[in-house]
Design a binder for this molecule. Sequence first.
Ligand SMILES: Nc1ncnc2c1ncn2[C@@H]1O[C@H](COP(=O)(O)OP(=O)(O)OP(=O)(O)O)[C@@H](O)[C@H]1O
Ligand SMILES: [Mg+2]
Length: 390
Amino acid sequence: MPELSVAVIAGDADQRTMLQVLVEGTHSARIGLMSSSFPMTVADPSFQKLQTIQPDVVLIDIPADGGTTALRSIELLHQEMPDAVIIAIGNLSQPQMIVNSMRAGAREFLERPVTTSNLLEAFVRLSAKKRKVTREERRGKVFTVVNAKGGSGATTIAVNLALALQAAHGHTALVDLAPLGHTSLHMNLKPLFTVADAIRNLHRLDHSLLEGYMTRHSNGLQVLAGPANPVPIEPSTSEFARLFDMLVGHYRYVVVDASTRIDAATRVVCNLSETVMLVAHSDVASLWSAARVHEFLSETGSRDRVQLVLNRFRKIAGFSDLDAEAAAGSKLLWKVPNHYFAVSSAIDRGVPLMHQSHTEIARCFIDLATRLTENDRDVKREAWSLFKTV
Ligand SMILES: Nc1ncnc2c1ncn2[C@@H]1O[C@H](COP(=O)(O)OP(=O)(O)OP(=O)(O)O)[C@@H](O)[C@H]1O
Ligand SMILES: [Mg+2]
């Protein structure tokens, strides 16, 4: 059974039905209550029903013609049911209404018409916040690598980071979400299955089936390969969210190569990530693109997680790290040196740089893995799940 329980409060019957369909379409929540009346006091039957079901989320539809009652309901629920997260739905052309609903206690404001992916992204954000309060089981961390611009080096970085994490900690998976999967080529693997197989079988996916879809590299890294041909029909964002929920339940670290895939699925995966590495070069076009990609990924809440990785780095007189950060609008996390011969021959031979040890560039990935996991030994990881089953 899905984890989040959602109450929908909307005066308009069509809007209520539509919200019900959208919530169910996320596959991450179930409807606990549908109500046409906005509770005004604790004595209202609609309030008492809400108290009985104790929803995780209350979706409140603010009617276009005057939202005073909806706002009073938000205030009441915020005060009396502080554990419920209130999401207001309304018109973005009424900025005062957005301000008032947030002041009244709404955690989020979604624009009408809402889509399933809007809701799913909001639920993912809530789930990420829940991580901070729930502490039971251990869940893995996701590190996503995404390109500012094609060919910036996302796959090289994802492959070598994943190998370094596996060598240091074990239990690491590399997931290839790129439009065409290159990770297997970089490691000379011949995958029998891809992400598409795991998604197609989500309904029966358990940890052993998941392992069955992985291709093993000789250092123990498990790879969920990407498509060998362009895919005409993409899985939905909720399917990706479910797959990742399974992955973090099974692996300690999950590295994602998104490469040039900049879409809603990547955005959901970025929201689930501990750190998103945005790979760029130190030139104007690349940093300009990095700023645009950062904006896109941040629209749904990944802003602080997205950090810049400068690949093929060379010192340029008069151009500092601060200049790169300002141009890309992101904090600089790492710099990978420019070693064209070593990198391109590693790819051509299918023998990753990490296996050509003692080189400066291999050291650079080992140090990046150390940096990303530096607090993990002391900090007990916190539990989170979008899709808990009973
Ligand atoms: N640190 C580096 N130094 C020199 N050359 C590099 C470096 N990193 C990557 N390259 C070169 O850049 C090219 C692209 O690398 P890679 O396939 O990792 O990029 P990508 O961003 O994943 O590309 P795509 O957009 O196709 O997904 C490769 O030919 C590789 O040789
Ligand atoms: Mg790539």
